[in-house]
Design a protein around this ligand. Sequence first.
Ligand SMILES: Cc1ncc(COP(=O)(O)O)c(C=O)c1O
Length: 381
Amino acid sequence: MTRDFIPFSKPSISEEAINAVAEVLRSGWITTGPNCARFEEDICRYTGAKNAIALSSATAGMHIALKALNIGPGDEVITPSMTWVSTVNLIELAGATPVFCDVNKDTLMVEAKDIEPLITEKTKLIIPVHYAGAPVDLDKIRRLAKKHKIKIIEDAAHAIGTEYKGEAIGRHGTAIFSFHPIKNITTCEGGVIVTDDDELATQLKQLKFHGLGVDAFDRETQGRAPQAEVLTPGYKYNMTDVSAVIGIHQLAKLDKFNSKRRNLSKHYNKLLKDIPGIIPLEHPKYDHKHATHLYIVRVDDNITGVERNTFMEELKKVGVGTGLHFKAVHLHKYYRENSTTQRGDLPKTEWNSDRICSLPLFPDMTLDDIDYIVDKIRQII
Ligand SMILES: Cc1ncc(COP(=O)(O)O)c(C=O)c1O
């Protein structure tokens, strides 16, 4: 019997969510409206955040955050190169300079001790990434930022449901979640920026909707004043109610999804333990709750005799999809040609960039799927 292809990721969308989408489509109000307002409230309740702003993507959130903080030419922004390209592209497009920080070789987290030497008088912002569903060591990075009067925007694209020392990511500070279809919950495309800074929240709400001095949807008037004026030039990054209603249903299931992910991830750990050269990421030692967004292994070809790209191709041939999170940004063509950071400068990032591979992980897969995948891994190496 042939097996169905096991994709690297697959969203779990319930029939209720599908029916709710149909209801929104029939309602006559399909763009930003009551469902966005409700989704923002639900995100605040779930994370403990003071303000939540629903957006068309996490990238949109980073764009307006950089704009609100006035990041521009002459400014330096410290972020890992081991991240999704969107953050670095936006820093570059703002005319500022991305300053790449190396990461912990086994957790892929940026650490305060590696950030501190990169701080100059031009440093305006640190963008740490909560990687694969675990949190960065926030206390240390916050202390450092406070000491040098630098802002932090947490890239929490992987971290909905993640906790750091007993508190949800997003509870304090400013963080951006992504709801792209591979994330732990999805709105098809979408993101949310949460912040405990009311002034920043007001700015972000304006920037996300043309710079008008009103929200895209006002809860009290159940609409928005057509007379609203532009207070600052802004963008159009609001989430639609069609997306938001999916988000409401997804968020209600998040804990269940994440607990399934944790079980699957434990099964991978158990089976991969005996396979030399297939090295799963480590979980940070400090107190945290992992959202197990990605199950990443490093394929050490010195031991396996098989390089990562071949490993991924061979898995595909036997019906297993994989992902790559991420090729280090400074190794992409544009940054190879335009960045002062070159291969050799970030040894731990580069070692991982050449070897990482994300194995299938999504709530609807089974332990039996993992038995099959690991069996195939054994055969390949
Ligand atoms: C670490 C990280 N940051 C930012 C983003 C951007 O998210 P979005 O696709 O919602 O714009 C992603 C998306 O994959 C990501 O993985």
